[in-house]
Design a protein around this ligand. Sequence first.
Ligand SMILES: [Zn+2]
Length: 264
Amino acid sequence: MPTRRRRMGTDPLTWVAEDGVSEISSDTPAPPSPVFEEVDVLRLRDRPLSQFIADYFICRRCGTVGRGAEHATGDIECPGCRQSLHEASYYFRRPVHAVVDLLQNTYQGSLSNDPNRQDKPHREVEVGFSVLVLFCELFKIVQEHFLRHVMAGLRIPPNVSGRLFADNRDPRHRAGKLFPTLTGESWSDAVDKISARSGIDYVETARFVKKCLDTRDAFAHASDLSIIGEDAASGCMLRIEQLLELHVALHNRYVPAIRVGRRA
Ligand SMILES: [Zn+2]
Protein backbone atom coordinates (compact mmCIF):
# COMPACT_ATOMS: atom_id res chain seq x y z
CA MET A 1 0.00 0.00 0.00
CA PRO A 2 2.26 2.82 -1.23
CA THR A 3 1.77 6.22 0.29
CA ARG A 4 2.11 9.05 -2.20
CA ARG A 5 3.62 12.01 -0.53
CA ARG A 6 5.00 15.37 -1.48
CA ARG A 7 7.92 16.32 0.67
CA MET A 8 8.41 19.65 2.36
CA GLY A 9 11.35 21.83 1.46
CA THR A 10 13.91 23.16 3.89
CA ASP A 11 12.82 26.76 3.51
CA PRO A 12 11.02 28.89 4.70
CA LEU A 13 10.01 26.62 7.55
CA THR A 14 12.52 26.68 10.33
CA TRP A 15 12.67 23.40 12.16
CA VAL A 16 13.02 24.33 15.77
CA ALA A 17 11.91 22.69 18.94
CA GLU A 18 8.98 24.06 20.86
CA ASP A 19 9.57 25.92 24.05
CA GLY A 20 13.25 26.21 23.36
CA VAL A 21 13.79 22.53 24.12
CA SER A 22 16.57 20.99 22.08
CA GLU A 23 14.84 17.65 21.70
CA ILE A 24 14.47 17.90 17.96
CA SER A 25 17.74 19.51 17.01
CA SER A 26 20.65 17.15 16.57
CA ASP A 27 18.80 13.86 16.25
CA THR A 28 16.07 15.07 13.96
CA PRO A 29 16.54 13.98 10.38
CA ALA A 30 17.36 16.76 7.95
CA PRO A 31 14.35 18.19 6.12
CA PRO A 32 13.99 16.36 2.83
CA SER A 33 13.99 17.88 -0.62
CA PRO A 34 10.63 18.99 -2.07
CA VAL A 35 9.91 16.16 -4.47
CA PHE A 36 7.14 13.66 -4.90
CA GLU A 37 8.00 10.29 -3.54
CA GLU A 38 6.12 7.09 -3.25
CA VAL A 39 6.62 5.29 0.01
CA ASP A 40 6.08 1.59 0.47
CA VAL A 41 5.90 1.30 4.24
CA LEU A 42 6.59 -2.43 4.16
CA ARG A 43 9.72 -2.18 2.02
CA LEU A 44 11.36 1.14 2.77
CA ARG A 45 14.94 0.39 3.77
CA ASP A 46 17.29 3.17 2.74
CA ARG A 47 15.85 5.98 4.86
CA PRO A 48 14.11 6.28 8.21
CA LEU A 49 10.37 5.73 7.93
CA SER A 50 9.79 8.60 10.36
CA GLN A 51 10.92 11.03 7.67
CA PHE A 52 7.93 10.05 5.60
CA ILE A 53 5.08 9.48 8.01
CA ALA A 54 5.88 11.57 11.09
CA ASP A 55 6.52 14.86 9.26
CA TYR A 56 3.95 17.02 11.01
CA PHE A 57 4.47 20.53 12.28
CA ILE A 58 2.62 22.68 14.76
CA CYS A 59 1.87 26.37 14.27
CA ARG A 60 3.09 28.36 17.23
CA ARG A 61 0.50 31.03 16.62
CA CYS A 62 -2.75 29.04 16.68
CA GLY A 63 -1.69 25.52 17.66
CA THR A 64 -2.92 23.85 14.47
CA VAL A 65 -0.99 20.82 13.28
CA GLY A 66 -0.28 20.45 9.58
CA ARG A 67 1.80 18.25 7.41
CA GLY A 68 4.81 19.03 5.32
CA ALA A 69 3.30 17.62 2.16
CA GLU A 70 0.60 20.26 2.12
CA HIS A 71 3.08 23.09 2.10
CA ALA A 72 5.83 22.03 -0.24
CA THR A 73 5.44 24.82 -2.75
CA GLY A 74 4.03 28.31 -3.04
CA ASP A 75 3.15 30.48 -0.11
CA ILE A 76 3.68 28.68 3.15
CA GLU A 77 0.78 29.25 5.45
CA CYS A 78 -0.75 27.57 8.45
CA PRO A 79 -3.84 25.50 7.61
CA GLY A 80 -5.52 26.91 10.73
CA CYS A 81 -4.85 30.65 10.98
CA ARG A 82 -3.66 31.11 7.37
CA GLN A 83 -0.81 33.23 8.59
CA SER A 84 2.63 32.86 7.16
CA LEU A 85 4.72 30.30 8.94
CA HIS A 86 8.12 31.72 9.71
CA GLU A 87 8.76 29.19 12.37
CA ALA A 88 7.27 25.81 12.96
CA SER A 89 8.13 22.91 15.19
CA TYR A 90 7.90 19.23 14.63
CA TYR A 91 4.68 18.16 16.30
CA PHE A 92 5.84 14.70 17.24
CA ARG A 93 8.95 14.58 19.35
CA ARG A 94 11.94 12.30 19.35
CA PRO A 95 10.26 9.29 21.04
CA VAL A 96 7.67 9.04 18.27
CA HIS A 97 10.29 9.25 15.53
CA ALA A 98 12.47 6.73 17.38
CA VAL A 99 9.68 4.16 17.82
CA VAL A 100 8.53 4.54 14.20
CA ASP A 101 12.08 3.84 13.03
CA LEU A 102 12.42 0.98 15.50
CA LEU A 103 9.23 -0.52 14.08
CA GLN A 104 10.73 -0.22 10.60
CA ASN A 105 14.02 -1.85 11.66
CA THR A 106 12.29 -4.66 13.53
CA TYR A 107 9.99 -5.39 10.63
CA GLN A 108 12.78 -5.18 8.05
CA GLY A 109 14.92 -7.44 10.20
CA SER A 110 12.27 -10.09 9.82
CA LEU A 111 12.42 -9.77 6.03
CA SER A 112 16.17 -10.19 5.87
CA ASN A 113 16.07 -13.67 7.36
CA ASP A 114 17.13 -16.64 5.30
CA PRO A 115 13.88 -17.87 3.68
CA ASN A 116 15.11 -21.45 3.96
CA ARG A 117 15.40 -21.39 7.71
CA GLN A 118 13.51 -24.21 9.32
CA ASP A 119 12.26 -22.03 12.14
CA LYS A 120 11.04 -19.23 9.84
CA PRO A 121 7.33 -19.45 10.80
CA HIS A 122 8.20 -19.28 14.48
CA ARG A 123 10.60 -16.42 13.81
CA GLU A 124 7.87 -14.50 11.94
CA VAL A 125 5.51 -14.85 14.88
CA GLU A 126 8.20 -13.62 17.25
CA VAL A 127 8.83 -10.60 15.04
CA GLY A 128 5.09 -10.09 14.76
CA PHE A 129 4.85 -9.91 18.52
CA SER A 130 7.82 -7.52 18.72
CA VAL A 131 6.22 -5.22 16.16
CA LEU A 132 2.87 -5.45 17.95
CA VAL A 133 4.41 -4.45 21.28
CA LEU A 134 6.21 -1.52 19.66
CA PHE A 135 2.98 -0.47 17.94
CA CYS A 136 1.19 -0.48 21.31
CA GLU A 137 4.00 1.65 22.74
CA LEU A 138 3.70 4.06 19.82
CA PHE A 139 -0.01 4.44 20.53
CA LYS A 140 0.67 5.15 24.18
CA ILE A 141 3.30 7.79 23.36
CA VAL A 142 1.22 9.50 20.66
CA GLN A 143 -1.90 9.48 22.82
CA GLU A 144 -0.07 10.95 25.80
CA HIS A 145 1.52 13.59 23.56
CA PHE A 146 -1.94 14.64 22.35
CA LEU A 147 -3.43 14.63 25.86
CA ARG A 148 -0.55 16.76 27.16
CA HIS A 149 -1.33 19.36 24.48
CA VAL A 150 -4.98 19.38 25.59
CA MET A 151 -3.95 19.73 29.24
CA ALA A 152 -1.51 22.52 28.39
CA GLY A 153 -4.29 24.32 26.50
CA LEU A 154 -6.54 23.99 29.53
CA ARG A 155 -3.67 25.21 31.70
CA ILE A 156 -3.83 22.21 33.96
CA PRO A 157 -0.89 22.45 36.37
CA PRO A 158 1.89 19.87 35.83
CA ASN A 159 1.32 18.24 39.21
CA VAL A 160 -2.35 17.70 38.37
CA SER A 161 -1.68 16.40 34.86
CA GLY A 162 0.96 14.09 36.29
CA ARG A 163 -1.55 12.71 38.75
CA LEU A 164 -4.16 12.25 36.02
CA PHE A 165 -1.71 10.21 33.97
CA ALA A 166 -0.62 8.22 37.00
CA ASP A 167 -4.25 7.44 37.86
CA ASN A 168 -4.93 6.33 34.28
CA ARG A 169 -1.85 4.38 33.21
CA ASP A 170 -3.59 2.12 30.73
CA PRO A 171 -4.07 3.84 27.35
CA ARG A 172 -7.56 2.29 27.17
CA HIS A 173 -8.45 4.07 30.40
CA ARG A 174 -6.95 7.28 29.06
CA ALA A 175 -9.24 6.98 26.05
CA GLY A 176 -12.28 5.84 28.00
CA LYS A 177 -12.02 8.10 31.07
CA LEU A 178 -9.38 10.81 30.74
CA PHE A 179 -10.25 11.82 27.18
CA PRO A 180 -13.95 12.61 27.87
CA THR A 181 -13.04 14.36 31.11
CA LEU A 182 -10.78 16.74 29.19
CA THR A 183 -12.75 17.18 25.98
CA GLY A 184 -16.38 16.68 27.01
CA GLU A 185 -16.77 14.08 24.29
CA SER A 186 -16.41 10.32 24.35
CA TRP A 187 -13.46 8.76 22.56
CA SER A 188 -15.73 6.71 20.30
CA ASP A 189 -17.90 9.70 19.36
CA ALA A 190 -14.81 11.74 18.54
CA VAL A 191 -13.36 8.97 16.37
CA ASP A 192 -16.74 8.53 14.64
CA LYS A 193 -16.97 12.24 13.83
CA ILE A 194 -13.40 12.50 12.59
CA SER A 195 -13.95 9.44 10.40
CA ALA A 196 -17.14 10.89 8.95
CA ARG A 197 -15.52 14.23 8.22
CA SER A 198 -12.30 12.88 6.71
CA GLY A 199 -13.69 9.85 4.93
CA ILE A 200 -10.93 7.77 6.53
CA ASP A 201 -12.01 4.79 8.59
CA TYR A 202 -10.36 5.66 11.89
CA VAL A 203 -12.96 3.52 13.66
CA GLU A 204 -11.19 0.49 12.20
CA THR A 205 -7.83 1.96 13.24
CA ALA A 206 -9.08 2.40 16.81
CA ARG A 207 -10.46 -1.15 16.87
CA PHE A 208 -7.16 -2.50 15.57
CA VAL A 209 -5.21 -0.65 18.26
CA LYS A 210 -7.45 -2.03 21.00
CA LYS A 211 -7.07 -5.53 19.60
CA CYS A 212 -3.28 -5.11 19.70
CA LEU A 213 -3.40 -3.97 23.33
CA ASP A 214 -5.67 -6.87 24.28
CA THR A 215 -3.43 -9.36 22.44
CA ARG A 216 -0.33 -8.00 24.15
CA ASP A 217 -2.02 -8.38 27.53
CA ALA A 218 -3.27 -11.86 26.71
CA PHE A 219 0.28 -12.91 25.84
CA ALA A 220 1.55 -11.50 29.11
CA HIS A 221 -0.81 -13.86 30.92
CA ALA A 222 -0.57 -16.91 28.69
CA SER A 223 2.90 -16.60 27.10
CA ASP A 224 1.43 -18.23 24.02
CA LEU A 225 2.73 -16.83 20.75
CA SER A 226 0.05 -18.69 18.82
CA ILE A 227 -2.35 -15.85 19.57
CA ILE A 228 -0.28 -13.62 17.28
CA GLY A 229 -1.60 -13.73 13.73
CA GLU A 230 0.81 -14.19 10.83
CA ASP A 231 -0.05 -10.78 9.44
CA ALA A 232 0.20 -8.95 12.77
CA ALA A 233 3.46 -7.25 11.85
CA SER A 234 2.34 -5.96 8.46
CA GLY A 235 -1.03 -4.98 9.94
CA CYS A 236 0.70 -2.76 12.47
CA MET A 237 3.12 -1.30 9.94
CA LEU A 238 0.31 -0.36 7.57
CA ARG A 239 -1.55 1.44 10.34
CA ILE A 240 1.25 3.58 11.76
CA GLU A 241 0.32 6.47 9.51
CA GLN A 242 -3.39 6.27 10.40
CA LEU A 243 -2.48 6.18 14.06
CA LEU A 244 -0.53 9.42 13.74
CA GLU A 245 -3.16 11.01 11.48
CA LEU A 246 -5.92 10.14 13.93
CA HIS A 247 -4.16 11.92 16.78
CA VAL A 248 -3.36 14.93 14.61
CA ALA A 249 -7.06 15.12 13.69
CA LEU A 250 -7.98 14.89 17.37
CA HIS A 251 -5.46 17.61 18.17
CA ASN A 252 -6.91 19.92 15.52
CA ARG A 253 -10.44 19.20 16.73
CA TYR A 254 -9.74 20.36 20.28
CA VAL A 255 -6.47 22.15 20.93
CA PRO A 256 -6.77 25.27 18.70
CA ALA A 257 -10.34 25.85 19.98
CA ILE A 258 -9.19 25.46 23.58
CA ARG A 259 -6.44 28.00 22.95
CA VAL A 260 -8.90 30.47 21.41
CA GLY A 261 -11.24 30.02 24.36
CA ARG A 262 -8.35 30.62 26.67
CA ARG A 263 -7.49 33.91 25.00
CA ALA A 264 -11.11 35.15 24.99
ZN1 LIG B 1 -1.70 28.81 12.73
